[in-house]
Design a protein around this ligand. Structure first.
Ligand code: 1HN
Length: 345
């Protein structure tokens, strides 16, 4: 590839004249914005140990009352993007949120889409668009763009969940904002129950469901049972994985990020091909060894790691006799919509 002219090769007064007119030459930066063959991601393979972060999150509970936090979160920041930029990858934000018994995180709505993966504790709930969604370990709860949401806690022990948002992308587009609201009135109706059985859709005869996001809560008990059934039914199939979908359309649960659950059979090593989207792996049950480029992470329950795009990932179940369950988030829906999605063999 031909080496292109550098900025230093140009007369300084010429560059100054350009800049005064808000002009810059392309060629000194062309190779940086279009690197040969493959992007150069800032996203670094990074792992966050739950055991290590939990005491610091509990400390935040002592240091900062809810009124001073609104959302009490420690952001899982990727050092490759700069710790202050709230990015796990180019399009994904991750945070661990703590809600203590009796606390309430006030209602708001915003343009970024969010999901919660419940990590620890019982008795908390989030109300999304008037639907009260109980939170239990492993449940996935959607907070799609524009829907009101607030969190409450009637239990007796701390509740922690992993937030996954497309905030970096929505912020980059200069479209990120929030509106504060009043406590929601809980409406009857639970999508998690109405859509609990695969292949059977509620069929209103006189009205149509007008909800763009008909199912907000995906209970872990159902996802786990689906993975076990799939594993038993397809013993020859290597990847035992399910996708969280919109049950009315069959499409991705949200528009920008994709969400999946994976079961690793006892002792299994699963080699995932290099794909353009970055991915996040969170262990719901069991122990997993993750190899991402030259990084080897030993993940225990509730640990989280991320992998840049265009990178092969190997996941190994560390147990020889128990399955391991992993929650995955990625940028695939975004890449597909933009036409940049790739799998590299
Ligand atoms: C947010 O609204 C929540 O509602 C959590 O729990 C984390 C991070 C950035 C922006 C908005 C929540 C968030 C957030």
């Amino acid at each position: 590839m031909t080496e292109l002219g550098r900025l230093e090769d140009l007369p300084a007064d010429y560059v100054q004249d350009l800049r005064k007119l808000n002009l810059v030459p392309l060629w000194p930066s062309l190779r940086a914005v279009l690197p040969p063959g493959k992007p150069r991601p800032n996203t670094q393979p990074t792992c966050w140990s739950y055991e290590a972060l939990r005491p610091l999150l509990m400390r935040a509970g002592e240091l900062t009352p809810m009124e001073k936090a609104e959302r009490r979160v420690l952001v899982l920041a990727n050092p490759g993007h700069g710790l202050d930029n709230m990015k796990a990858s180019a399009a994904m934000y991750l945070g661990m949120q703590l809600l203590l018994p009796g606390e309430w995180a006030p209602s708001h709505r915003h343009t970024p889409n969010a999901v919660r993966m419940i990590v620890e504790g019982e008795g908390a709930y989030t109300t999304v668009d008037g639907e009260k969604c109980p939170m239990s370990r492993g449940d996935l709860i959607l907070t799609p763009t524009g829907l009101w949401h607030e969190h409450g806690h009637d239990g007796t022990a701390p509740v922690v969940w992993l937030d996954v948002l497309d905030l970096p992308l929505v912020y980059y587009m200069e479209t990120s904002y929030a509106i504060e609201g009043q406590r929601q009135t809980v409406q009857p109706g639970r999508g998690d129950q109405v859509y609990a059985r695969g292949g059977l859709l509620p069929t209103p005869v006189f009205t149509r469901s007008s909800k763009a996001y008909p199912m907000l809560r995906y209970p872990w008990a159902e996802a786990r049972a689906a993975l076990q059934a799939l594993g038993q039914d397809r013993p020859d199939q290597e990847a035992v994985q399910i996708t969280y979908v919109n049950p009315e359309t069959g499409g991705d649960a949200l528009n920008i990020l994709g969400f999946y659950a994976l079961m690793l059979r006892p002792g299994q090593t699963l080699r995932l091909p290099a794909r353009s989207p970055a991915s996040v792996f969170h262990v719901i049950e069991g122990g997993v060894a993750a190899t991402i480029e030259s990084s080897e992470f030993t993940l225990a329950e509730a640990d989280t790691c991320c992998a840049p795009g265009y990178t092969a990932v190997a996941l190994r179940n560390r147990s020889a006799d128990q399955p391991a369950f992993v929650f995955i988030a990625d940028e695939a829906p975004l890449h597909r919509k933009l036409g940049v999605f790739e799998v590299r063999a």
